[in-house]
Each structure stands twice: as structure tokens, then as C-alpha cells.
Write a protein that binds this ligand. Structure first.
Ligand SMILES: C[S@@+](CC[C@H](N)C(=O)[O-])C[C@H]1O[C@@H](n2cnc3c(N)ncnc32)[C@H](O)[C@@H]1O
Length: 273
């Protein structure tokens, strides 16, 4: 057995991933870790040595290196994703408060994303919702806002990241939501529950690693298209420079801008084509 990984963005996520790798590997197996000097790959050797035992550098090129660590002892227990969680509170315009906790690796770890904040102004003005889908939920703030506003609504929050999934589960617990009503799903948007939903909210990604990818929105728009109830509304927030009008107009009959500021546009789409 062998595990290969690249350096994750945050130190907390790195710490969790290394402990998880040590837990998953049998004694004598190897972890291969690649990273750039500016990501801290050099100082990682010390951490790896403490966790695994022996460490060697097998390749160095253009400030990047590959480290191989061999697990010299028995596998340690499973680390908790929530060991390094960051707690924060978000106050809604109604004055109600939402408690959030993000596990390392969750998008916008420990804070409210600017795009989500722009979206919240529109989400807080939704007048009715009975079945809600939050696609790419992250810490679950958008879905949680609707769960709070509409205590009878069923809310599904979907994310393919294990960190986000753990964060959504914490959000449900911290706010005292009934987990059979406000449900976390570890799934890709294409595998989300089938609905149909009268309200779908999403803040889709447009980066894959460090690179922009404007086609990521297609998977989200397709998922929303096949899950939106007749008469239902999709709300999608994106940076203004991302031209998502075509992606939405090709799938929905009525598309307009619910709100925009200097950085973000909140799109509203209805009527599946
Ligand atoms: C821009 S973040 C938005 C998070 C959160 N909704 C917010 O507004 O703060 C996009 C989220 O989508 C998730 N994601 C990206 N691609 C996905 C996919 N194919 N299926 C499910 N989730 C995905 C990421 O893990 C990330 O949490």
C-alpha cells in the first residue's frame, strides 16, 4: 500500500491529512508527498519524521520536491477532522444567529465567503420554500439560512468534500436542527438527491486547484436543471467577470439578475428548458 498526495493549502488540513495517511497505512508502507517550497514542503520533513519515522527526498526540481515517508511504527488511531475546527457565528438580518464550524479543508475555512455574503441578501428575501437544495454547500451557510427562515422546509446540503460534509453535520448539530429535516450529503452535485426542489441555492466553484475553470458551472447548472420543481427558483452567485448568462439561458427559460454589486452577481433562473 502507498498513498500519494500533494500539499494541501492550509497547515491544519495538512496536519489532518498526514495523520489520516498514517492511520490508513499499514506498518512499513509509504506516503509520497509532493509540494513547492512556498507551500512549506521543506519544513514538512520534520513533521513527517515525527509521525512516520524515516523520510527521504526522492526528487527536487524547480523549488518542488517529493518526500517519501515510511511508517516505522504501528498505525495510529483515526484523527478527527474536527480537531482543528474553526467556530464562528453569522448574524442574519433578522437578528437571528447561525452557529458554524468549519473543518480544515472546507471552503472559506472559519469565515463567510464574500460571494456567499452577497448571495445571503437575496436568500434572506426568499418568500417561500418547502424543499431546498444547497449545491456545493461548504460550511452550509446558505442552506442553514433557509432552514432557519422556513422551519418546516426540508433542506438537503450537498458537497463532495469530506471536510465540508463534516462541517455541515456540525452546523446541523450546533443550531439544533433536526438531522432528518436538514440533511448533509457527501456527494458530487450530479449525485445529489433527486428532489424536486422549489428553491436551489449555489455558490459554484470556478477554480480547480490554482487554475480557473469556467466550465465547472455546467455540472452545477445541469444538476439544478434536473432537480428544479415546476415553478421553482435557482439562485446562483458568481463573480461578475464570469459570464454565466449563456450557461443559465441554455438551461432555463427565465434568467435575470436578482442583485449585483461591484464584485458579485446573483443570478435567478426559473422554468427548465
Ligand atoms: C465556492 S464554494 C461555496 C461553498 C458555500 N456554498 C459558500 O457559499 O460558502 C463551492 C463548494 O462546492 C464544492 N464542490 C465543488 N465541486 C463539487 C462537485 N462536483 N460536487 C459537489 N460539491 C462540489 C466545494 O467542495 C465547495 O465546498
Amino acid at each position: 500500500a502507498r498513498i500519494a498526495m500533494v500539499m494541501p493549502r492550509s497547515k491544519e488540513e495538512l496536519s489532518w491529512r498526514l495523520k489520516l495517511a498514517a492511520h490508513l497505512l499499514p506498518k512499513g508502507a509509504e506516503l509520497w508527498l509532493a509540494g513547492h517550497a512556498r507551500e512549506g514542503i521543506k519544513s514538512c520533513a520534520k513533521t513527517l519524521r515525527a509521525l512516520f519515522g524515516s523520510v527521504t527526498t526522492v526528487r527536487t526540481k524547480r523549488h518542488c520536491r517529493v518526500l517519501v515517508a515510511r511508517l516505522d511504527q504501528d498505525s495510529p488511531g483515526e484523527p478527527s477532522l474536527l480537531e482543528h475546527e474553526r467556530r464562528f457565528t453569522h448574524e442574519l438580518s433578522s437578528g437571528e444567529r447561525l452557529e458554524l464550524a468549519t473543518a480544515p479543508g472546507t471552503f472559506a475555512h472559519g469565515r463567510v465567503d464574500h460571494g456567499a455574503r452577497a448571495m445571503l441578501r437575496v436568500v434572506e428575501s426568499v418568500s417561500q420554500a418547502s424543499r431546498v437544495l444547497d449545491l456545493g454547500a461548504g460550511a452550509g451557510l446558505l442552506g442553514a439560512t433557509l432552514a432557519k427562515r422556513f422551519p418546516e422546509a426540508e433542506v438537503d446540503l450537498v458537497d463532495h468534500s469530506a471536510s465540508a460534509f463534516a462541517s455541515v453535520q456540525r452546523m446541523v448539530e450546533l443550531n439544533g436542527f433536526d438531522a432528518s429535516r436538514v440533511r448533509a450529503h457527501l456527494a458530487s452535485v450530479g449525485q445529489a438527491p433527486s428532489g424536486p426542489y422549489d428553491c436551489i441555492v449555489t455558490n459554484p466553484p470556478f477554480h480547480e486547484g490554482r487554475h480557473q475553470n469556467r466550465t465547472l458551472v455546467d455540472e452545477f447548472a445541469d444538476s439544478a436543471r434536473s432537480r428544479l420543481a415546476r415553478g421553482g427558483t435557482l439562485l446562483l452567485v458568481a463573480n461578475r467577470h464570469l459570464g454565466y448568462a449563456d450557461a443559465l439561458r441554455s438551461r432555463f427559460a427565465y434568467v435575470d439578475v436578482a442583485q449585483e454589486d461591484t464584485r458579485f452577481r446573483v443570478w435567478r433562473a426559473k422554468g427548465v428548458r
